[in-house]
Design a protein around this ligand. Structure first.
Ligand SMILES: [Zn+2]
Length: 440
């Protein structure tokens, strides 16, 4: 059993028999009416029975404390998405945490001067509040005495005082700052308090202004990325820069705006202009489908090249009917000239120049065709994020011998390497027969 009472600086505090605080609920943001019943009494006794939380993916269950609303409290590392909860393992299999940084192109509801003025206040107050919190955490912490081990850090709650000291900062920013400064302090505590190997970290102007996940929104209006949040005492909408150099960021932003990615904290930076850095959990799907897979490419019976996946399903093909036709026509023409030459009694046949021209023209055509085929295949493999291409050109039946197989294979290798894709040739690169169709 717990004793729970209303506090002077918080809504509820739960204490054990020795009156040591075990749990507190500040409830700064709450609708107080919901707690009317509780507030009318000086003290209440309630039972805190653990309730289960279940992973929507693998069904693993954990017993956790309920929230004041009676819902299971999300344990550390677990994530909630809409109504479903995910264990850390399942979550990490499906989502990856990324930071997306984009410059602000312009404010939408005010001038740049007004925005800069509001932001300068935020940066100044964020810097001051971070330094104040860091100093307070140090001041309230233990000092090295005769103990062998450093005692654990006592729970410190700076929010109410920070709110009073830095009234210009939105309340959610203050609680977000307290969390990050506490994390930072805990990381250096041993070196600062115990071994004196380090000094207390300081924050310099302009410390980025943090906006927690629930306090900002991403939208796309007329193909433009827009973020909205509270800066000072007004709501601001900021249009982000676009252009080919922000293609990746824009794709991630679109996922946030459409709810496919889960937004985290946003921070506004002053760095050669105003930047926003957005943390987000992006779905892994594409990555998973990609790098693990190998694209198998082989020469076909009814086409030049066909690409299949590990299940032998056709993904891409290059028929090359026109290449085959050119090759056929060229082969026939050469054959006919060869026949004629046997009957001509001159050392240099009358059609010698025409034959030279035809051979050169065919070589040029094959050159550009092989380049084009290699570029198409490499482009496909890269777009679909294949890490490796397995290449087998042992079947020459569609094009016939004499087609520049070796040249095609080396061009494919070059273009794949340039895209960071490994080429594995199943067939040994045989000595190419120099037939009438091969390049010199
Ligand atoms: Zn799970």
């Amino acid at each position: 059993m717990l004793t729970v009472r209303t506090g002077k600086d918080c809504l509820l505090v739960a204490v054990n028999a020795k009156d040591e605080a075990l749990l507190r609920y500040n409830g700064d943001h709450l609708d107080v009416k919901a707690f009317k019943l509780v507030l009318t009494r000086k003290s209440v006794m309630i039972e805190m029975r653990p309730i289960p939380i279940t992973c929507a993916c693998c069904s693993i269950s954990r017993a956790v404390k309920p929230t004041p609303k009676g819902e299971p409290r999300t344990p550390t590392g677990w994530k909630k998405l809409v109504d479903a909860a995910y264990c850390p393992e399942c979550w990490r299999k499906q989502y990856i945490l990324r930071a997306i940084t984009m410059p602000v192109a312009s404010p939408l509801d005010c001038s740049w001067d007004e925005l800069r003025k509001a932001l300068r206040t935020m940066w100044a107050q964020t810097t001051a509040a971070s330094n104040w919190m860091m100093t307070e955490l140090f001041a309230r912490d233990v000092r090295k005495g005769s103990e062998e081990k450093m005692p654990p850090m006592a729970r410190v709650y700076l929010y109410p005082e920070a709110r009073a000291r830095f009234p210009g900062l939105p309340s959610q920013t203050v609680s977000s700052l307290e969390q990050s400064v506490q994390r930072k302090y805990r990381a250096v505590r041993y070196a600062v308090v115990w071994t004196a190997a380090a000094s207390l970290p300081t924050h310099r102007y302009p410390t980025p202004f943090p906006v927690p996940k629930q306090a900002w929104a991403a939208t796309i209006e007329a193909e433009q990325a827009i973020v909205s949040m509270r800066i000072g005492d007004a709501r601001h909408r900021l249009r982000l820069k676009r252009g080919p150099q922000f293609r990746r960021q824009m794709a991630a932003f679109r996922q946030i705006a459409q709810g496919e990615a889960i937004a985290g904290e946003l921070a506004i930076y002053d760095h050669d202009g105003v930047l926003v850095k957005m943390a987000a959990w992006l779905p892994r799907e594409e990555e998973k489908e990609a790098r693990a897979d190998v694209l198998t490419v082989r020469t076909g019976k009814d086409c030049l090249l066909v690409a299949v996946n590990t299940k032998d399903e056709e993904l891409w093909r290059y028929n090359g009917d026109h290449v085959r036709r050119w090759a056929g026509e060229h082969r026939t023409q050469l054959q006919r000239w060869n026949e004629d030459q046997k009957y001509e009694q001159q050392p240099v046949p009358a059609f010698a120049r025409r034959r030279e021209t035809a051979v050169r023209k065919f070589r040029d055509r094959m050159n550009s065709a092989t380049h084009e085929i290699a570029a198409q295949l490499a482009g496909y493999a890269s777009r679909r994020h294949f890490a490796q291409v397995r290449y087998d050109d042992s079947d020459h039946s569609y094009m016939g011998d004499g087609f520049p197989w070796y040249r095609l294979r080396s061009l494919i290798a070059d273009k794949l390497v340039a895209r960071g894709i490994v080429l594995e040739t199943s067939a040994q690169p045989e000595q190419e027969r120099v037939g009438p169709l091969a390049e010199d």
